[in-house]
Design a protein around this ligand. Structure first.
Ligand SMILES: [Zn+2]
Length: 138
């Protein structure tokens, strides 16, 4: 494995998410009271403050809401620049921040807001698989 960047440490309320990524699944917290999903994982639903939460397997599909080319970065990310960060509108609802793959950061004029994106996973090590998103269509 060649992943050299910092790796997240799962906490009690994010462990189901990371267990899912290891299986190639995008898991999202969903409120059993208002039926809405939210990102990022929290102890309470940010929409209605209920603590009746469950995890659902998401489709892994979404659309590109917006993006930014990162020309400068710090620490271990410095040598990754330029790269593209983006907000993804998840098919199930809410929005996820990500590093966008499959785009050329030197040609931002070719990146289209509203493009169809799909999640993919990269094994950072044997225990941690990280989600990234890739443009798959207009
Ligand atoms: Zn709710």
């Amino acid at each position: 494995m060649s992943y050299k960047l910092p790796i997240p440490t799962p906490g009690t309320h994010t462990q189901p998410f990371w267990a899912g990524t290891k299986l190639g699944k995008l898991m999202l917290p969903k409120c059993q009271d208002c039926n809405r999903v939210h990102w990022y994982p929290r102890f309470l639903c940010p929409h209605c403050h209920s603590n009746k939460l469950e995890w659902i397997e998401a489709s892994g599909e979404g659309t590109l809401h917006t993006f930014a080319v990162q020309h400068m970065a710090f620490g271990p990310y410095a040598k990754e620049a330029p790269f593209v960060t983006a907000y993804i509108d998840l098919k199930e609802g809410d929005r996820m921040l990500t590093v966008l793959r499959g785009v050329d950061p030197t040609k931002p004029e070719e990146i289209r807001i509203g493009s169809t994106v799909k999640v993919e996973f990269e094994a950072a090590n044997d225990d941690m698989h990280l989600p990234f998103w890739r443009v798959v269509g207009e």
